[in-house]
Write a protein that binds this ligand. Structure first.
Ligand code: HEC
Ligand code: HEC
Ligand code: HEC
Ligand code: HEC
Length: 152
């Protein structure tokens, strides 16, 4: 029995030595190197200030409209590599018919003050939203703009 006990403890100590990474416990219940690893990671988002360095039209329109509080990358996805000019890949334009509904589909779970629409009832049945609403500066009353050529 005692032998089994000793073997068990030895196995535990060996496994612990192999499995616990270097630096664990030096400053607390975590691996010290994890801080440097996280710091070395590249941010995937650039932030809207970065977009304005090269694009002027959309940031200007966004600022003045009802979407002023929505970040560029909330709609366009993470574009850190694009903003840092690390890639030649041109970002794809979001499909408004899908994108807008991510936030605006009617749901009892959303605050009543947040404007929501039922896609089956609202719009022209085309499944698109961009034809009537400018995504960068949606109007409260877009009907007047619906006839104008699409701005974006
Ligand atoms: C270093 C300059 C630079 C920065 C910073 C930058 N862009 Fe761009 N962006 C470009 C260029 C150049 C193009 C290609 C334009 C073209 O070919 O018509 C482009 C194209 C795009 C397109 C596609 C346009 C189209 O007509 O299909 C989108 C969307 C876009 N950028 C969004 C963003 C967003 C959002 C940000 C901020 C996260 C951003 N860009 C930051 C330079 C930049
Ligand atoms: C509410 C969502 C939303 C936000 C916020 C948003 N965009 Fe867009 N953006 C779109 C959609 C949708 C399109 C595609 C329009 C189309 O198909 O014509 C687009 C198109 C673009 C284009 C391509 C040129 C054009 O007008 O078609 C650029 C460049 C762009 N956005 C940059 C930005 C930048 C920079 C910001 C932040 C200042 C931003 N967008 C914020 C939804 C958004
Ligand atoms: C990331 C979430 C998000 C996406 C995606 C989004 N919106 Fe919005 N939208 C908002 C928020 C938040 C507001 C309210 C801003 C406020 O009240 O300050 C808003 C406001 C609006 C309003 C104004 C409603 C009113 O009368 O006050 C319209 C219209 C609108 N959005 C249309 C669109 C369209 C069209 C698209 C797609 C191109 C879209 N939204 C995509 C978050 C979003
Ligand atoms: C045929 C043009 C047209 C299309 C397409 C369209 N809308 Fe609208 N939208 C309007 C008009 C007009 C209003 C203002 C009157 C109203 O509230 O119905 C409006 C209002 C809104 C509002 C504010 C609602 C409120 O309660 O104040 C939101 C949010 C909105 N639209 C989102 C969308 C989304 C998301 C799509 C795509 C599924 C879309 N719209 C497609 C014309 C359109």
């Amino acid at each position: 029995m005692a032998g089994l006990f000793v073997v068990g403890i030895a196995a535990f100590l060996i496994a612990r030595r192999v499995l616990v990474p270097d630096g664990f416990g030096e400053l607390g219940h975590f691996r010290v190197g994890a801080l440097d690893d996280n710091r070395a990671q590249k941010p995937v988002h650039a932030g809207r200030a970065a977009c304005a360095e090269c694009h002027s039209d959309e940031p200007d329109r966004l600022k003045t409209g009802l979407h002023a509080k929505v970040g560029c990358e909330a709609c366009h996805g993470a574009l850190g590599a694009h903003a840092a000019a690390e890639t030649d890949e041109k970002p794809t334009k979001p499909d408004s018919g899908k994108l807008c509904l991510v936030c605006h589909t009617q749901s009892v779970g959303k605050p009543a003050g947040f404007k929501q629409v039922d896609p089956k009832e609202h719009g022209d049945g085309s499944g698109s939203c961009g034809g009537c609403h400018d995504p960068h500066a949606p109007d409260k009353e877009p009907a007047a703009h619906a006839e104008e050529p699409k701005k974006s």
